[in-house]
Design a protein around this ligand. Sequence first.
Ligand code: GLN
Length: 524
Amino acid sequence: MSAADLTTLTAAQAADLLAAGEITSEQLVRAHLERIEATGRADGLNTFLHVDAEGALATARAVDEDRAAGKPLHPLAGVPVAVKDNIVTTGQPTTAASKILDGWVSPYDATVVERIRQARMPILGKTNLDEFAMGSSTEHSAFGPTRNPWALDRIPGGSGGGAAAAVAAHQAPLALGTDTGGSIRQPASVTGSVGVHPTYGSVSRYGAIAMASSLDQIGPHARTVLDAALLHELIAGHDPKDSTSLPDEVGDFAAQARAGAAEGGIRGMRIGVIRQLQQAEGIQPGVAARVADALEALREAGAEIVEIDMPHYRYALGAYYLLMSSEVSSNLAKYDGVRWGLRVEPEEGPVTIERVMAATRAAGFGPEVKRRIILGTYALSAGYYDAYYGSAQKARTRIIEDFTAAFEQADVLLAPTSPTTAFRFGEKTDDPLSMYLSDIATIPINLAGVPAISVPAGLSEDDGLPVGVQFIAPVREDARMYRAAAGLEAALEKAWGAPLLQRRPAVEDLLAASGEADAEGVSE
Ligand code: GLN
């Protein structure tokens, strides 16, 4: 197999070929490293903030040796993975795409990283994100935005734009991300990949740099539902180091994904459509059309479509931005110029602890992070606590109740993931509120802690860019979510042929064209 072919393999296909001895992990890792080198660096898609070629190759060679020696291996052993740079790793930096953590190397591994190391998946590197995972476009990264592999002048979503773009551009078959308000699913949606927000508490958050702890969740990025399920199974399960970790056994996600894709796999499943979301303003016509196609495909596969009311849906965005900012203001108080990364002394006057903290934060945090810290501090201040934080908590409870009621009428819910396809750079940076509206369909899920998966639903007719739809399941029913999602994936594959869903964006051509355009600019 040529190096180019190796990067087109899904994780499940690569795992099978490795097990059969038809390819080696070293070949697989090398092929992905070459592709990152060719398309992922700062002057390319800018997907990676750090690449650990040596570390990844060392793991790969060791796995190959053990396989040759007939030692027992995890099914994903030797399959490479990328890690979002707000998940801590020993041996390479973790920055959360913030200047305040530039150059910081964690003394310990996140639990999810420990698990991928135990399974011996080579870690390719750390992917770009909006600073501290705050944003929907990766434009808030202190190290420059990631470009969308489908159109270089477009955002790859956020905050996990680096991870989603890396997976969509075939630089990695799998990646680990974090989803506080949609940061795995929305980037998946706008890059034509798969992204999962697991049930809150089912995957350890230990070692995820905290943004808003009651909402943060680690989950998989992949190109297929089955691949996401395989990685999810590996990282899920109880962790005593995370006080909100559930004691549950890990579900049979991959088996359910296979069952859902089989003939009749989702027959009789009741799929709820949220009326308020279907009619929400700001949904791009091309997105609405793909959601309608997906529903039609599900109906043809034997599912039953039911309409669901979520009366408190309209409070979700406001509640999220208050609760999230409040938690952010508390979680980020630890970046004080003393314990981590950057330390800046005041330009003049006495060097007191307060003044060092102020100078460090002024220089180290970007505008979006500052905006949220200030908003959260205000919302939590004594005079406003009840009016803002208290009301937002009440709205959150109502939204949870809406989901509980919805799941009495439907097995899973289906909704658009992002109201639009990938927008252009700069389109929303001057207007934070319009950026926040990108999360309108993803944040209710985080508020309720329920699992959801974004699946590619084809390209929009408006602009030819990817559209994603998400399946939402009740708390602890992640397995059901995989079944439904794989059912849709199979139905769409049948309707359109696999190439539309598995298609690889022509990144090389786009990069070459933009390089030529730049060169012309210089010679003029
Ligand atoms: N885009 C959302 C925000 O800016 C979600 C972020 C996330 O999930 N980390 O808050």
